[in-house]
Ligand binder design. Structure first.
Ligand SMILES: *Cc1c(COP(=O)(O)O)cnc(C)c1O
Length: 478
C-alpha cells in the first residue's frame, strides 16, 4: 500500500503552516467581531440553500477557501450584538487548549489515558467545591454538558435513595422527581429516560416572579406520596433557562432535608456566579444541595461542551454506576478517584480540565468574577432601559443576564402582539445585524436576550431597540 496520503496528512510541517494560517485567520476574526468592524453577527441563509452551498463546495470549492467560508457562515459569538442563546464567547486561550486537547486526544476513561488532565480535573473540582462551600468529603468530575450531567445527578439520586435495588433488579415502583414548571426540558427528559414516566415528574407552579413557588411544596409532596409515589429528588434551577430567575435554593434545600430527599441544583447557566462577589448571594443555600451542575461553556468562557457535576458526598459520585468488575473497571478497595469512567456516563471524553485549569492558572478565579458580574450588571442595565420605554414590557425584572421582553400596544390583542413580536424577531434574524431569540411563557411570545458578551454596552442596547422599533412601527400601524 502506498501511504502517500497518510504521509501528507501527518506531516508536522504542513500542520505548522496550516496552523499558523488558521491562528492568523481566527485572530483577525476575533478582532473584527470584538471591535465590530464587521457589521453582522450572522449571514443568514435558509437551511436548504446552506445545504446546497456545502454540497457543491465539497466537489467544486477551493480548499484554501474552506476555513473562510466556515467562519463567514457561522454565527459570531464575540460580536457585541450577539445576545442570543447562552453559549460563551470563549476566552481565546481556550481555543488553544482545545487544540492541545485535539492533538493529544487522551481518552480520559482510565488514569493512564490522561494522567495530567485527570489530576488537573481533581484540582479544578476541589476549587469549585471550595467555592460552593462544600466540605472535605465533596467530590465530582467533568462531563459532557448540562443535559447529561443532570441525568447523571438524578441517577445518583436514585442510587442513593433506593440502594442497589433498582440498579440490580429494575423496578415497577412508582418513583418521582419534583421540579419547577420552568425548569430546563432536560430534567423532564432525564426523568423519562429513567423510566419515571410523565406522572413521575411532579411540576410545581412558579410565582409571579417565575421562581418555584415554595409554598406549594408541602401539599404537592403529600399528594404525590398519597398517590403511592416515592419522591427521590427535588431540583432547583439557578437560574431557569427561559427567564433567568433563580429559585429560592435555601428554602428548597430545607424542604429536601426535612423530607430526606435528594436536592439537586441545575446551575448549568448561573453556577458561575459562585465567583461573583456581587451576585454570589443568588446562590444562597447552594451548599445544602447533594449535587450541582455548572456548565463551563455558558457563563465560564469555555468551548462547548464541558460541565462540572459536583457532589456534597463524594461517595455518591462513585456509587452511581458501580457495577461488576469487567476488563476496564476493576474493583478496587480504595475509591480510585483517578479512573474517571467509573463515575461518568461517558467512557471516552475529551480533556475538559485543560480549559478550566488553564483559565485558573493564567488569569486566576477573578476572571470569572469579572465575566459574570459584568454580564449580570448588563442584564440589569438592559432591563432598566426596557422598563423606561413605553413601547416595551419585560416579563420579570432580570436577576441575571437573561431578559425576556416584548413589544406592547394597547390596541392589539395577545394573538396579534405574539405575531408582531415573532415577525420582528424573524426579520432581525434574516437581517443579521443583531442576534436575539424568542420564547413563549404562558402563551405569551417574548423576545429573549441573553447578554453573553462582556463588551456589549448600553449603546448596543439602544441600537437594538431602535432597530426593533423600526421593524415594529409598520406592523403596529405607527
Ligand atoms: C443550558 C441548560 C441546560 C442544558 O445544558 P447543556 O450543556 O446545553 O446540555 C440545562 N439546564 C439549564 C438551566 C440550562 O440553562
Amino acid at each position: 500500500m502506498d501511504k502517500q496520503l497518510l504521509q501528507t496528512a501527518y506531516s508536522p510541517e504542513d500542520f505548522r503552516q496550516n496552523g499558523h494560517q488558521l491562528i492568523d485567520l481566527l485572530a483577525e476574526h476575533l478582532d473584527k467581531s470584538l471591535n465590530k468592524s464587521s457589521s453582522k453577527v450572522l449571514n443568514w441563509e435558509n437551511p436548504s440553500e446552506e445545504y446546497k452551498f456545502w454540497n457543491n463546495f465539497l466537489f467544486n470549492g477551493k480548499p484554501s477557501d474552506l476555513n473562510n467560508e466556515i467562519i463567514k457562515r457561522s454565527i459570531h459569538l464575540h460580536h457585541p450584538h450577539y445576545m442570543g442563546h447562552q453559549i460563551s464567547p470563549v476566552a481565546p486561550i481556550t481555543g488553544l487548549t482545545s487544540l492541545l486537547n485535539a492533538i493529544l486526544n487522551n481518552g480520559m476513561g482510565i488514569y493512564e489515558m490522561g494522567m495530567a488532565p485527570t489530576a488537573m480535573e481533581r484540582v479544578v473540582v476541589e476549587q469549585l467545591c471550595k467555592e460552593i462551600g462544600y466540605g472535605k468529603k465533596s467530590d465530582g468530575f467533568l462531563t459532557s454538558g448540562g443535559t447529561l450531567a443532570n441525568l447523571t445527578a438524578l441517577l445518583s439520586a436514585r442510587k442513593n435513595r433506593t440502594g442497589n435495588d433498582v440498579w440490580e433488579n429494575g423496578t415497577s415502583n412508582k418513583l418521582a422527581i419534583m421540579v419547577s414548571e420552568e425548569a430546563h426540558y432536560c430534567i423532564d427528559r432525564a426523568a423519562r429516560i429513567m423510566g419515571l414516566g410523565e406522572k413521575g415528574i411532579i411540576k410545581i407552579a412558579v410565582d409571579e416572579g417565575f421562581a418555584l413557588k415554595t409554598e406549594l411544596l408541602e401539599q404537592s409532596y403529600k399528594k404525590t406520596i398519597h398517590e403511592g409515589y416515592e419522591v427521590i429528588a427535588i431540583v432547583g434551577s439557578a437560574p431557569s433557562t427561559a427567564t433567568g430567575i433563580y429559585d429560592d435554593l435555601e428554602t428548597i434545600g430545607d424542604f429536601a432535608f426535612e423530607k430526606g430527599i435528594w436536592f439537586h441544583i441545575d446551575a448549568a447557566h448561573g453556577g458561575g456566579a459562585i465567583f461573583s462577589s456581587k451576585y454570589k448571594s443568588l446562590l444562597k443555600g447552594m451548599k445544602k444541595a447533594d449535587s450541582i451542575v455548572i456548565d463551563g461553556h455558558k457563563m465560564m468562557m469555555m468551548p462547548s461542551i464541558t460541565t462540572a457535576l459536583l457532589f456534597k458526598e463524594g461517595r455518591d459520585s462513585h456509587n452511581t454506576f458501580r457495577q461488576k468488575a469487567d476488563y476496564l473497571l476493576q474493583d478496587s478497595k480504595e475509591e480510585d478517584w483517578y479512573n474517571l469512567a467509573k463515575r461518568t456516563f461517558e467512557c471516552t471524553k475529551y480533556m475538559m480540565s485543560l480549559h478550566w485549569y488553564t483559565l485558573l492558572k493564567i488569569y486566576g478565579k477573578s476572571i470569572f468574577d469579572e465575566f459574570v458580574t459584568t454580564l449580570y450588571d448588563l442584564g440589569q442595565e438592559f432591563g432598566e432601559l426596557l422598563e423606561n420605554d413605553p413601547l416595551f414590557e419585560i416579563a420579570v425584572k432580570p436577576m441575571s443576564n437573561i431578559i425576556c421582553f416584548r413589544l406592547i400596544n394597547k390596541d392589539k390583542d395577545l394573538l396579534s402582539l405574539n405575531k408582531i413580536n415573532s415577525t420582528v424577531r424573524q426579520k432581525l434574524l434574516e437581517e443579521g445585524e443583531f442576534y436575539i431569540v424568542q420564547t413563549k411563557i404562558k402563551d405569551i411570545v417574548y423576545l429573549r436576550a441573553t447578554i453573553m458578551n462582556p463588551f456589549t454596552t448600553e449603546e448596543h442596547f439602544k441600537k437594538l431597540l431602535d432597530n426593533i422599533k423600526r421593524k415594529a412601527f409598520p406592523l403596529l400601524n405607527l
